[in-house]
Design a protein around this ligand. Structure first.
Ligand SMILES: [Zn+2]
Length: 117
């Protein structure tokens, strides 16, 4: 028996019948990841846009925080904004990061989409 076979068998046998403490489902059908993706953060509902250069080797980032969106929703919005502005970016800790200073454009876009009043 190869080592990889052994590992597989071990993982398989320990997961049989185990219940996830997070969602109460069997480990094999755990939905924690999905729940987490759909969860909306606790925010004060105030959308903030700021430009940050600190610790980024002079490369600025536009940060958008306070959006009442799930992680999946944020990823979707980030994708839209990145395409719109032709820049890169990511989502971290419920904040959208865009490479470059897009505060003005992002504010307009968020207003259009109804995230800002
Ligand atoms: Zn789970």
């Amino acid at each position: 028996m190869k080592n990889s076979d052994l590992n597989y068998n071990l993982v398989y046998s320990t997961s049989q019948g185990s219940i996830c403490s997070g969602c109460g489902q069997a480990i094999s059908s755990c939905v924690c990841h999905e729940i987490k993706k759909a969860a909306v953060p606790n925010t004060d509902g105030v959308v903030r846009l700021f430009y940050e250069t600190k610790g980024r080797k002079g490369k600025g980032m536009t940060l958008i925080t306070g959006l009442v969106l799930s992680a999946a929703g944020l990823l979707d919005l980030a994708k839209k904004l990145k395409q719109r502005f032709g820049t890169g970016g990511s989502v971290k800790d419920y904040a959208i990061e865009l490479q470059g200073d897009f505060r003005k454009q992002a504010e307009q876009e968020l207003r259009k989409l109804g995230f800002l009043k």
